[in-house]
Structures are given as C-alpha cells and as structure tokens.
Design a protein around this ligand. Sequence first.
Ligand SMILES: Nc1ncnc2c1ncn2[C@@H]1O[C@H](COP(=O)(O)OP(=O)(O)O)[C@@H](O)[C@H]1O
Ligand SMILES: O=C(CO)[C@@H](O)[C@H](O)COP(=O)(O)O
Length: 499
Amino acid sequence: MSYFMGIDLGTSSLKAVIINETGTVVEISGSSYSVICRKNGYAEQEPESWWQALKAAIGALKKKNPQILDAVAAIGFSGQMHGTVLLDKEYQVLRPAIIHCDARTEDEVREIYRLLGAEAEKILMNPIATGIMLPTLCWVKKHEQKILEKTKYTLLPKDYLRFRMTGTIGTDYSDASATLAFDMKKGKWAERVLEKVGLPVDIFPPFGDSAMICGAMTEEAARELGLKKGIPVVLGGADQVMQSIGCGAVSPGQATANIGSGGQICIQTGEAEANPKLGINTFQGYARDRWYVMGAMTSAGSSLRWLNQILDQKDYDEINKQVSEIKPGSDGLIFLPYLSGERCPRLNGDISGVFWGLSYLTDRARLTRAVMEGVTYAMRSCLDACKKAGAEIYSMTAIGGGNRSEPWLQMQADMYNVELKTTLHQEQAGYGAAMIAAVGIHYFPDIQTASKEMIRYKDRIIRPRKEIHECYEEYYRLYQEIYEKGQATLEAVTRLGRR
Ligand SMILES: Nc1ncnc2c1ncn2[C@@H]1O[C@H](COP(=O)(O)OP(=O)(O)O)[C@@H](O)[C@H]1O
Ligand SMILES: O=C(CO)[C@@H](O)[C@H](O)COP(=O)(O)O
C-alpha cells in the first residue's frame, strides 16, 4: 500500500492528512495558531508558529502511528493564499507575515490603480484588494523601507514552510497568480507592473506546476519533524485549488463553496473569465492552462470564531443545536461580516462589521444564527458575482470547517438555491495536497485519474427548500441595502476607529 501526506497551512490551524492509494484517510492531525492583530485592521502571523504547528501535528501522528510516517511516499502542500513572508539573504524571516485578511493597504490599492491606469485590468485580470502580496509589498516599501531593502525573497505562506522542509525556494502557478504581481497571460512575474510600482522583480521566487517535485526532506528537517530524510516534496498549491482537487472539482462547471476562516465560491472554468469590476478573481489552477473564477469573502468561519470567543461558547454541537432552534432570519437580525473589510463584491478594506436589528429578543442563539446567516449572505453575493461574470455551474460541493455544521449546510442550500454535495472525508485541502503529491511521483498519471480513484461523496444531497429560500431572498435584499445605503457612514466610522 502507498501513502501520501498533504499539509494544509490554514488561517487558523495546520492540518496534516495521510491518505492511502485508494483515497482512504488513514491519519489526520492538526495544530492551531493565532492571527495577531497589533492594530485595528492588521492581520499577521509568525512563520515560526506555522513550523511549530507542523512539528506538533506530525509529532502527534508519530505517537499514534509511527509506521505510517515511515511509509509516506511523497508530500504535498496547500496554503492560505496571498500572504507575504519576507526573507533576508541568510533566509531569516524579516518581520511577521502579513496575511490575506489584513486590511491596512487601502491607500496602496488606490495608489496602484493610479500608477497602472488601464493596464491594471489588462495585465492583472483581477481587482486589486487589501491583504494581497502586491499592495502589501507597496506598504512595506512605504512604511518599512529598510525591511524591503534587506529582502532577498518574498514568499507565500506555504512556500516558506516547504522551504523549511526542503531548503528550496519556489512557488507554483496557483499561488503566484494570486499575488497580483504575476502576468498570467505571459506566464511570468509582471515586470511592467513591478517597475511601475517600484518593486524589484528579483525578490520573487521561481515557479512551476503544483505537481512538480521541488526537493526532498533535508536531514535537518527530518530530524526536527521525525520524518524520513529524502521524501520527495511537490510544490503544492493555493488552498482554493488544493481543496477543489480534494473534493473532485477538477472540470469546468464544477464548483466549491468553502466556509473556512475565509469563505469562497470557486468555479472551475475552461479559460480565464476575468471581470475585476465585479470583485471576482480569475486565477490559475494546478498548472498554467488550468483556470478558475472565485468570489472570496474575508471573514467567514472567523466571524463565528470571533463571536464564540466573546460569548465564551466552545461546544459546536451545542452551538449548532441552539442555532437550529431559531427560525431563518433570526427574528429580524442581520449581520454584515466585514470584521476586516471585505473583498468580493465590495472590494472595500475600509469597512467593518454590523449587527442590524438588535432587540430585547436578541439572545446568544439569535446572535450566533445571525452571524452564520450574515456569512452565508456574503457567500451568496460571491456566487451572484461569479454568475454575473458568466461562470456556469453544473455541480457544487460544500467544504471547509463550517460544513461540519448541519444548520450551516442547509442555510447554504436554501440561500444559494442549489443542491449541495459533501465528501466522505473532511479536510479537503490537505487531502488535495496529498493527491497532488501522488501525481507528482507518477503514482497516478494525472489529477483526473487520481480524482476518479480516490474521491467519494456522501449519499445525502442537501436540497434547497422553496419556502425558506423565498424568506431568505427578502433578507438578502435587505442585507445588500444596509451596505448600499450605509456605505459612506460605515467607512467613516471604520476610519475613525482606526485613527
Ligand atoms: N462543528 C462546527 N460547526 C460550526 N462551525 C464550525 C464547526 N467546525 C468548524 N467550524 C467553523 O470552521 C472554521 C474553521 O474552518 P477550517 O476550514 O478548519 O479553517 P481554516 O480556513 O483556518 O483552515 C471555524 O472558525 C468555525 O467557524
Ligand atoms: O483568501 C483566500 C482566497 O482568496 C483564502 O483562500 C485564504 O487563502 C484563506 O483560506 P482559509 O484558511 O480561510 O480557508
């Protein structure tokens, strides 16, 4: 039997997943870390905390099943996208990583649009948004110039972790294309863009297909992690791409709805379908000729985590039970989940969250349901934006931590008005990373074959309910209206709070 390991570097935790050649999850382990918020709107993480989480996750596997670790044939990575890790010439981390949900760069976003003019859309094919590597580097240049001067490499989060494991520097198309510093049509770093914004091109790493073997476990890493020296490691990819693979969404028209820390609707497409004005993304998949469109909202599962912390609620079974007892619409309570600005379709880093419709009836359960609903309204607006851009959907699989919740799954089917599939396994991103590792060492000839051989779905389909859908349509209209009518005030309050 052959075994493959996928490592998913999420926003809230790292998960290591080991699957066998038939796609059965044999072992799984995770370790969490926090998002550091030094200042209102900031979101950072220590790259060292990711490495420690990897050590902890693999250490736990070693205790449970040491033989399996010795049998791992290849390793792949999946990672939170867009973030920035800066290394100096000694390969030391220069500052905490600035991650995808950081909202500090609204000024830089405006400045990049000004400098690029009409070329912005043509070359980048994507809206420019806060939290993404290009505006983040412009912020570092302006506010921490000495750090940029010392920078030898700028890396995506998962690429730093892989560097610690193999000692090699690199990235893949899916993560490179999502930095806004990559020219997807030409398949190279966007020299013209970088020149215009005044950033050096030589700090960007070499890149390749996700299944490309980029190195092997070094002796030092093997010692630290307790794994075998020399295991082949593939480049891996962006979490959206790895989790699509990990739930079998590998052909045009197959879609995923992910509620992780962030939330995303991703639709595989035959070619690039760019429409930056709608706030959607068009990025490359696991190879240069693979494409998908995405509507990404910033705070999905992390909105619930935020509320849970405030209300000191920990038991998800209890939380989901309470939420199921409240009727759709939470008795007139609407939550706007803009806790760290919003990407699709708002494209606005200068807004914050809102509860609208509080009353003496409002209690813990209603607040919690309203947060789940608010996140799902935001996901629905991502879906609408993708459809408006012309993306066609033939099937949709619900994935991510939020889908462990029955009421959240049903809420999605009701609000999107689509049937949802779910996979037998959880942790689709780590699973996809393990699949790409299997393809990398030619255990399977390609991703399609791996998908056919490995992915299994639950029999149950989650179906939308007509009456509830109609009720949610009314709430959804109001959700949009609150922003449209209150945008200027919300921006003013947010800016005042960040002064
Ligand atoms: N049983 C559950 N019920 C409701 N929500 C859940 C449950 N388990 C996880 N979540 C949500 O999923 C989020 C984590 O999703 P996950 O995909 O693991 O995160 P990441 O994007 O950080 O990898 C949590 O913040 C929480 O909001
Ligand atoms: O920002 C995006 C996509 O644009 C996310 O894919 C992030 O990469 C984080 O994902 P989660 O850890 O929240 O699932």
